[in-house]
Design a protein around this ligand. Structure first.
Ligand SMILES: Cc1ncc(C[n+]2csc(CCOP(=O)(O)OP(=O)(O)O)c2C)c(N)n1
Ligand SMILES: [Mg+2]
Length: 554
């Protein structure tokens, strides 16, 4: 049967299990999505169209691929705006499928902005559909790349969505992803190094979550009796109440990074200078780098030994080898867990104190502590924003399940937290979904709050309202690095709860520490009936202690 390209794409998306597509008009595939019954989540700008689909892929660890459409072609206004979302998805390695209009033959060179070359800088693959009958070929390739290897965005440009082809000539069948197992010789060599080490440390990255390897990480850590740290993006890959869990950041994490003699990095790029730890004194340590491909090997640090393969298969192979060599006993437990607990308790003491603080304005850590009391850590979703909420929450928020908390942003684009909270609601509708933001993130998301109301998405935005960009200006921790550009109107001048209440959200302004928990409970109750909520917590500016270790100061 002869069908048009857009219809073919819509049908294939349905075959691939795609249940909805996020969008901002205009994209010429959208009408076919509508006709074929693929629901569209219309965001209020193109960047959010990308970000929601991107976050959906992250939160489901690529098991359900997020798909978005946005405007491209000769009038690529949407694409120019979507670029921020695409760059974030590419930076963080998210397997999101993006469909846009391509520049038709005969119209290339029309605009200054070059669609193809710009899209190539932010994608694992940019495909330009140069013949209508190639729809099945392109879609097969797209889903293969999205489900295999190192994750990253795929962008398809469709220059003529109404051109036709014979759907029966090359019938589409859904494709599966492929995994690779590590070379057994590399596994043996890695285990020799591991068993020689005095103080091995496991450094887990997001590849563990994408590989569905959290249980395997746990099993290997216990067999090795090795402490575990995770990157920001891997937060939750290891249960954070486990005796071997050190942390994501904080003085105790810095201590373990400094004192370990061997780093077993799994599923991480080991790239310092952004919001993940580097390896201090790397040349004096033995770095075993397990990664799905060679891109990150010998990138920033000398790799003593590389193990290339899927994180789950790698962890299983390492476990088997350690077990074989030690008759199932693993490394001696010694005092490792007790030392980890002591270091973690000491490192977190100053935070735990302020998590119970009754000071006014409210200490932001009090909000985080109360959030942990209200939410079931095994059945809820929380995410941070760019700014202090990232560094503060990633230090203290105990995450017990993969994606109970989404850490994001090798470089963090303000506003992503709302997209993440929306995607989490779509992925796990029954789970409370909370985005914690400062005023900068809130500014980015304002227009998109209408989507929550229209779609009845019961998510809660918690605003740490401290009247400025707290990490920037002068505070009691120092002069600040941007003293001229940190102040904005704060809670004394603007009543955001009133503003957003008028829009239709359940809103509250919380000034009393004792009111945080009841307000959160009321917000979550509103969410349960599909009403989004906004809580403005009137907070002090409070420091983030410590740094991402090995970070290059910008
Ligand atoms: C798109 C984008 N532009 C600029 C930045 C740099 N940036 C990071 S945090 C921040 C301000 C954060 O202030 P606020 O939201 O009030 O959070 P606080 O740290 O006060 O909790 C800025 C401008 C960014 N992360 N993303
Ligand atoms: Mg602020």
């Amino acid at each position: 049967m002869t069908i048009d390209v857009a219809t073919g794409i819509a049908r294939i998306l349905k075959q691939e299990g795609v249940e909805w597509v996020s969008t901002f008009p205009v994209c010429r595939v959208n009408n076919a999505l509508g006709r074929e019954g693929v629901p569209m989540l219309m965001m209020r700008d193109d960047r959010y169209a990308v970000a929601v689909a991107d976050a959906f892929s992250r939160i489901t660890a690529g098991a359900r691929i997020g798909v978005c459409t946005f405007q491209g072609g000769v009038n690529a206004a949407g694409m120019q705006y979507a670029y921020a979302g695409l760059a974030q998805a590419y930076e963080d390695g998210s397997p999101v499928l993006c469909i846009t209009d391509g520049v038709p033959m005969g119209s290339t060179g029309n605009s200054q902005f070059d669609v193809a070359s710009s899209m190539k800088t932010v994608s694992k693959w940019f495909g330009y559909l140069d013949a209508p009958e190639r729809v099945p070929t392109f879609m097969r390739r797209a889903f293969t790349l999205l489900r295999s290897g190192r994750p990253g965005p795929v962008i398809l440009a469709i220059p003529n969505a109404t051109s036709t082809y014979d759907e029966t000539a090359d019938p589409y069948l859904p494709v599966k992803g492929s995994k690779s197992a590590p070379d057994p010789a590399d596994v043996r060599a890695a285990v020799t190094l591991l068993l020689q080490a005095q103080h091995p440390l496991i450094y887990a990255g997001e590849g563990v979550i994408y590989a569905g390897a959290s249980d395997d990480l746990l099993a290997l850590a216990e067999l090795l009796q090795a402490p575990v740290i995770t990157t920001l993006k891997a937060k939750g890959a290891f249960p954070e109440n486990h005796p071997l869990f050190v942390g994501v950041r904080g003085d105790h994490v810095a201590h373990y990074l400094a004192t370990s003699d061997l780093i077993l990095a799994v599923g991480s790029s080991l790239s310092p200078g952004r919001f993940s730890h580097g390896i201090p004194d790397a040349v004096k340590k033995t770095i075993i780098h397990c990664n799905v491909d060679e891109l990150h090997i010998n990138k920033m640090y000398p790799t003593a030994h590389a193990v290339i393969g899927d994180a789950r298969l790698t962890l299983q192979a390492l476990h088997q080898e350690v077990s074989d060599r030690t008759a199932g006993a693993g490394r001696p437990a010694d005092n490792v867990a007790a030392e980890v607990k002591a270091a973690r308790d000491a490192g977190l003491a100053k935070y735990r104190e302020v998590m119970a603080s009754n000071e006014k304005p409210i200490n932001p850590y009090r909000v985080y502590g109360d959030l942990m009391q209200v939410l079931d850590p095994r059945d809820s979703f929380v995410t941070h924003e760019s700014g202090n909420t990232r560094d503060q929450l990633s230090t203290v928020y105990d995450t017990l399940i993969p994606r109970g908390f989404l850490g994001w942003g090798n470089v963090s684009t303000l506003g992503f937290s709302l997209a993440a909270a929306i995607a989490a609601k779509k992925a796990f509708p029954a789970r409370p979904s909370v985005a914690v933001t400062g005023e900068a993130g809130l500014g980015y998301m304002l227009g998109n709050l209408e989507v929550l109301l229209r779609e009845k998405l019961g998510v809660t935005v918690v605003h740490i309202s401290n009247g400025g960009f707290a990490g920037y200006g002068p505070g009691f921790w120092g002069p600040g690095h941007d003293p001229f550009t940190h102040a904005v109107l704060g809670p004394n001048e603007v009543d955001m709860a009133k503003v957003l209440g008028a829009l239709g959200l359940h809103t509250e302004r919380v000034s009393e520490p004792s009111e945080v928990i009841p307000a959160l409970q009321r917000a979550l109750a509103a969410n349960a009936s599909g009403q989004p909520a906004y809580l403005e917590c009137v907070c002090c500016q409070y420091p983030v202690y410590g740094q991402w270790v090995g970070r290059r100061m910008e």
